[in-house]
Write a protein that binds this ligand. Structure first.
Ligand SMILES: Cc1ncc(COP(=O)(O)O)c(C=O)c1O
Length: 358
């Protein structure tokens, strides 16, 4: 007798995380390794978050607040939205999963870009949905192309703005037009994981303003990037009360742990840290642009904390050679790598090693 697995899961691949920095150190006998592979905040996180976490350590025996009451209230106050329209999660990752479980049924079509955040496609397949993939144009979302793919079977559309891994964005005008033309029985999920890094004025800075007009819209945000709390696993989602109520029915009772809750609340109260993260990112971005231009390497203009670069050589090879020299980046495909913007010192080291391997 053999165990049966759901057929939808058979062809899925487990997420392959990069090697931990300690393993890379040991393997190549290095004293120091820098990781510019996962779009983390090189400054760490707010001191206020650290203090809040310290203070909460004496309550580890108590279950977290399953309603994330204080976190929701802090978000509600800061962004002027009702607590019933907010749902925190264990990172956006968990929310991608929960949204797919809430909406996608066998045979439903789900429109997404390629290349974009990979969890959109894997959770779609997991639910038996049919991914309808629209290639990027010039490394950016092709919303016109996505619109053309809408059929009677379309259930959900994933948008990532700015996009991971290309760092590119689409404008408020483009989003306005898109939301207007999508039938309102199709769910549009708008993932703005990198919103805090955007510099351009024509970016939809306040996506929340769309919620009253578009009851089919879901907005996802995370504390893993500009807030520097990736290890805690915490993000939040904003949508109509009806959508939030339904997602709430399928989530685990204590999905956001206590340290994540207090850390996130404190992070929301530290605008100075957020500003510094933005400034350091901008400085690093300008420096890396200059170097890539000098090296004649093409890159996509980034509105995030990472840059998508054509290194003109096999990305996998460049990744291995950089790793041997203590710098971890992410090979994407072909000759394209994604490098996260680090501290200035990390950026300089990356450039030194990149010059060497090129
Ligand atoms: C576009 C996008 N969405 C969601 C996530 C997941 O973030 P989290 O750490 O909140 O799960 C990431 C992480 O890299 C991302 O790039």
């Amino acid at each position: 007798m053999t165990i049966e697995f759901r057929p939808q899961i058979k062809d899925l691949q487990a997420y392959k995380p990069g090697k931990p920095m300690e393993n890379v150190k040991r393997e190549y006998g290095l004293d120091r390794v820098i990781k510019l592979a996962s779009n983390e905040n090189p400054l760490g996180c707010s001191e206020k978050s650290k203090q809040a976490i310290q203070d909460a350590l004496s309550h580890l025996n108590i279950y977290p607040d399953g309603n994330t009451t204080d976190l929701k209230e802090t978000i509600a106050e800061k962004f002027n939205i009702k607590t019933t329209q907010i749902l925190p999660s264990s990172g956006s990752d968990e929310m991608v999963d929960q949204i797919s479980k809430t909406f996608i049924q066998e045979g439903d079509e789900v429109i997404m870009a390629d290349i974009t955040f990979p969890r959109y496609i894997s959770t779609c397949k997991m639910m038996g949905g049919v991914p309808v993939v629209v290639p990027l144009k010039n490394h950016a979302y092709d919303l016109e192309g996505m619109k053309e793919k809408i059929t009677d079977k379309t259930r959900l559309i994933w948008l990532c703005n700015p996009n991971n891994p290309t760092g590119t964005m689409f404008t408020k005008d483009v989003l306005d037009d898109f939301l207007q033309s999508v039938p309102q029985d199709i769910v549009v999920v708008y993932d703005e994981a990198y919103r805090e890094y955007v510099t351009r004025e024509d970016y939809p800075k306040n996506a929340l303003e769309y919620l009253p007009k578009y009851p089919n819209l879901i907005i996802m945000r995370t504390f893993s990037k500009a807030y520097g709390l990736a290890a805690l696993r915490v993000g939040y989602t904003l949508a109509s009360e009806e959508i939030i109520d339904h997602i709430n029915r399928i989530r685990g009772p204590f999905n956001v742990n206590t340290l994540a809750q207090v850390g996130a609340i404190a992070a929301l109260k530290d605008d100075e840290f957020l500003q510094r993260s933005y400034d350091v990112n901008e400085e690093g971005k300008r420096y890396l642009y200059k170097i890539f231009q000098e090296l004649n390497l093409e890159f996509a203009p980034s509105e995030t904390n990472h840059i998508f670069v054509d290194v003109k050589k096999d990305a996998q090879e460049i990744f291995v050679e950089l790793q041997k020299r203590g710098v971890i980046i992410r090979p994407i495909y072909g000759n394209f790598i994604r490098v996260s913007i680090g501290t200035m010192e990390e950026n300089v080291t990356f450039v030194e090693k990149l010059r060497e391997v090129l």
